[in-house]
Design a protein. Structure first.
Length: 138
C-alpha cells in the first residue's frame, strides 16, 4: 500500500448501522474486503464506549471517500442510523469525547488539515451530522 504525500483533510464517517449496536473493526474489514478494498478503508474507528481502534495504518492511503483518499485521513464512528436505517446522529457522549480527542491529535500531526464529513464530498448523509461545522474551530 502506498503512503500519502499530503494530508490536508480529515474526513469523518459513520458505519451507517443502528445506534447502540457495536461493530468490530473485523466486521468493517470484512465489509470493505467484500466491496473490493484491500482491507478496512478507515484509519480509525470510534466505538460506542469511546474506545478508538486503529484500522488501516494512518500513513497509508485509505479507502473511504472517492476522490479524497490520496490526501486525507478517514475516521469512522460506530452508528449513524436509527432503527429504520434512516440517518441519525447516534453518537454516545463517550464517542463525542473520543472523536474530539482524536481529531485534536490528528490536527496536531497535520496542522493544515481541515475537518469534513463524508457528505461534504458525496451525495450521502454520512456521518449523519455536520462535522465540518461542529469541528470548524479545532
Ligand atoms: Zn462515509
Amino acid at each position: 500500500m502506498a503512503g500519502r504525500l499530503t494530508t490536508d483533510k480529515i474526513i469523518v464517517h459513520c458505519t451507517a448501522t443502528p445506534g447502540g449496536r457495536e461493530v468490530s473493526v473485523q466486521e468493517i474489514e470484512r465489509w470493505h474486503r467484500k466491496a473490493g478494498y484491500n482491507g478496512i478503508g478507515y484509519h480509525y474507528v470510534v466505538h460506542l464506549d469511546g474506545k478508538v481502534e486503529a484500522g488501516r495504518d494512518e500513513r497509508q492511503i485509505g479507502a473511504h471517500t472517492v476522490g479524497q483518499n490520496h490526501c486525507s485521513v478517514g475516521i469512522c464512528y460506530v452508528g449513524g442510523c436509527d432503527a429504520n436505517m434512516k440517518p441519525k446522529d447516534t453518537r454516545t457522549e463517550a464517542q463525542k469525547a473520543a472523536l474530539l480527542k482524536l481529531l485534536k491529535e490528528l490536527k496536531q500531526r497535520y496542522p493544515t488539515a481541515k475537518i469534513y464529513g463524508h457528505r461534504d464530498f458525496a451525495r450521502k448523509a454520512c456521518p449523519s451530522f455536520d462535522a465540518k461545522n461542529e469541528y470548524k474551530n479545532l
